[in-house]
Design a protein around this ligand. Structure first.
Ligand code: EPZ
Length: 428
C-alpha cells in the first residue's frame, strides 16, 4: 500500500504546469469508438482513469498505442463487439460513456455498471431516459448490465430537469449518428462538454451550442478519425491555486484557460488572495491569513463542486466563519471528518457546512475518501505544521498526474511512501 507523507508549514513558490483535463479525456476516449478510423489524441494526462479507459477500449477490440507519454493513437475500425463486461468497467465510474458511444456506433450496447467515487447516490436515470428519447429500448439486467438497443436512433428533443454532465455527454455520443435533429435542453455547460463537442466535430459530427444550455446535434452517417488535443484540467488548476492560497507563497499555475477558472479566481480574491491572470496562466500570491467567504457550488459557470473540498480546506484556516453549500451532490462532506482530526472546526448540516476558521490545522494521519477529498487532504497537510500522512491515495492517483513531483517542484516536502499492509491496518 502507498501513502503520502507531508511535512507541512512551508510556503510554496514557483511554476506548476497543468495536464490535460480528466473529465474531458474520459469522455473523449470512448468517443473515439464512433470513428471508423484513427484518432490521435494529445495532452492525455497520465492518470489511472485514463489507463482504465484505454484498457476498456483495448478489451473491446480497438487498437490502442501510446505514441509518447501524453499522446495516444486509437484505431476503432476493428471494434466488433457492443458488450463491455464488469471486469473491464468495475473500477471506472465514467465507463457509462461506453453505452452512449457503442449505441452511437452500433445502435446497441451492453455495458456493466461501474463503481467509482463514493459520495451519495450516483444514479444514471437521466442517461437512460436520454437514450430512450432517441428511440433505444433500455433495460438494466442481472449483474447490473445496462442494455440499450435501437433499430435506428432517431433525433429528438430532450429536456434534462437536472443539469447532468454525464447525461449530456452520453446523449451527445449516442446522437451524433442518429437520424435527424437532436436538441438537448438544460444541457451541462462545463468546459469538458465543449471539448467533447469540438472533438466530435473534428470527426465530422455536427454539434452546435456546446457551452450553452441548448445543444443541437444533426446526425451524420459516418465519422472519420481526427487529431485532437485535450484542454487543460480546470479542477487540477484550481487545486494548485487553492493549495498556494492555503500554504502561502507565490505560485504561477501554467497551461490553463483562465476563462475556465473565473469562479475560482473570484472566490480566492474574496478570501484576500492576490490573483494575477495571464494569457494561459494564473499567479497566486498569498501572504496573509485568508479571509472568510461563502461558497455555493453550482453547475458551470458557477463554482465547481469538484473544488468544494479544496476551498473548504482553505476556509478552515480563514479568519471568521464561512458557509459552504453543496448543491450538486447529496453527500460530499465526508472528508470534513478527516479535517476535524486536524483541528478544523466545521459543522455539517446536510448539504451545508458552517466553517469556523481556526488559526492553523494540526498535522495528523488522515485518509482520502475520494479523489477531491484526497486533494483537500494534501492542501490541509501542506498548511498544517508537522507530519501529515494520507492513506488511500489510490483515489488521488485517479485524477492528478505526477501530484507529488508537481508539489515538490513548488517546494513542498511531500513524499510517496510504500507501507507494509500491517502498518496500514494500524493507522487511522
Ligand atoms: C461529472 O460527474 C464529473 N465526473 C464529476 O467529477 C462532477 O462532480 C460532476 O460531473 C458535476 O460536475 C466526470 O466527469 C467523470 P452529473 P457526473 O451527472 O456526470 C444527478 C471528479 O471529482 N444525476 O453532472 O456523474 C447526480 O446525482 C468527479 O472529477 C441524476 O440524478 O455528474 C448529481 O446530483 C466527481 N441522474 C447531479 O445530477 C443522472 O442520471 C449532477 O451529476 C445523472 C446525474
Amino acid at each position: 500500500m502507498e501513502k503520502f507523507v507531508i511535512n507541512g508549514g512551508k510556503k510554496l513558490y514557483g511554476n506548476v504546469t497543468i495536464s490535460g483535463a480528466k473529465n474531458a479525456v474520459v469522455a473523449i476516449i470512448p468517443a473515439a469508438i464512433l470513428a471508423e478510423g484513427v484518432c490521435i489524441i494529445e495532452n492525455i494526462p497520465n492518470i489511472n482513469d485514463v489507463t482504465m479507459m484505454l484498457r476498456i477500449l483495448k478489451g473491446i477490440g480497438a487498437e490502442v498505442t501510446m505514441i509518447n507519454k501524453d499522446t495516444v493513437r486509437i484505431d476503432s475500425s476493428n471494434i466488433s463487439t457492443h458488450v463491455v463486461p464488469y471486469e473491464l468497467t468495475k473500477h471506472m465510474r465514467a465507463s457509462y460513456y461506453l453505452i452512449g458511444a457503442l449505441l452511437g456506433r452500433f445502435s446497441k450496447a451492453k455495458v456493466a455498471m461501474p463503481g467509482g467515487c463514493d459520495f451519495g447516490v450516483r444514479p444514471i436515470d437521466l442517461h437512460l431516459k436520454g437514450f430512450e428519447k432517441l428511440g433505444a429500448k433500455v433495460s438494466v439486467g442481472e449483474s447490473a448490465m445496462v442494455e440499450a438497443d435501437a433499430e435506428q436512433l432517431e433525433g429528438n428533443f430532450i429536456y434534462f430537469d437536472t443539469v447532468s454532465v454525464g447525461a449530456t455527454i452520453n446523449v451527445m455520443l449516442a446522437a451524433v449518428k442518429a437520424s435527424g435533429l437532436t436538441v438537448i435542453e438544460n444541457a451541462a455547460k462545463e468546459p469538458h462538454i465543449v471539448d467533447l463537442a469540438n472533438f466530435l466535430n473534428s470527426m465530422g459530427a455536427d454539434v452546435r451550442g456546446a457551452g450553452t444550455d441548448v445543444i443541437k446535434i444533426r446526425g451524420v452517417d459516418m465519422l472519420h478519425g481526427c487529431n485532437y488535443s485535450i484542454i487543460p484540467d480546470q479542477i487540477e488548476a484550481g487545486t494548485y491555486m487553492v493549495a498556494a492560497a492555503a500554504a502561502g507563497g507565490d505560485v504561477t499555475v501554467c497551461n490553463v484557460i483562465p476563462k475556465h477558472l473565473e469562479s475560482i479566481m473570484a472566490k480566492l480574491i474574496e478570501c484576500g488572495v492576490q490573483v494575477i491572470e495571464g494569457d494561459d496562466s494564473v499567479r497566486i500570491i498569498s501572504t496573509e491569513r485568508p479571509k472568510k467567504c461563502n461558497v455555493k457550488t453550482l453547475p458551470h459557470p458557477g463554482f465547481p463542486t469538484d473544488m468544494q473540498p479544496q476551498i473548504t480546506t482553505l476556509l478552515a484556516i480563514a479568519e471568521g466563519t464561512s458557509i459552504v453549500s453543496e448543491s450538486v451532490w447529496d453527500n460530499r462532506f465526508k472528508y470534513v471528518e478527516q479535517l476535524t482530526r486536524m483541528g478544523a472546526n466545521i459543522r455539517v448540516d446536510g448539504k451545508i457546512a458552517i466553517v469556523e476558521g481556526v488559526e492553523k490545522l494540526n498535522a495528523a494521519p488522515v485518509k482520502a475518501n475520494d479523489l477531491r477529498a484526497g486533494a483537500a487532504m494534501i492542501i490541509a497537510g501542506l498548511a498544517a505544521h508537522g507530519r501529515t500522512e494520507i492513506e488511500s491515495i489510490v483515489f488521488i492517483d485517479r485524477g492528478y498526474e505526477n501530484v507529488v513531483e508537481k508539489f515538490q517542484g513548488l517546494g513542498a516536502d511531500i513524499e510517496r511512501v510504500t507501507v507494509p499492509d500491517k502498518e496500514e491496518e494500524q493507522a487511522v
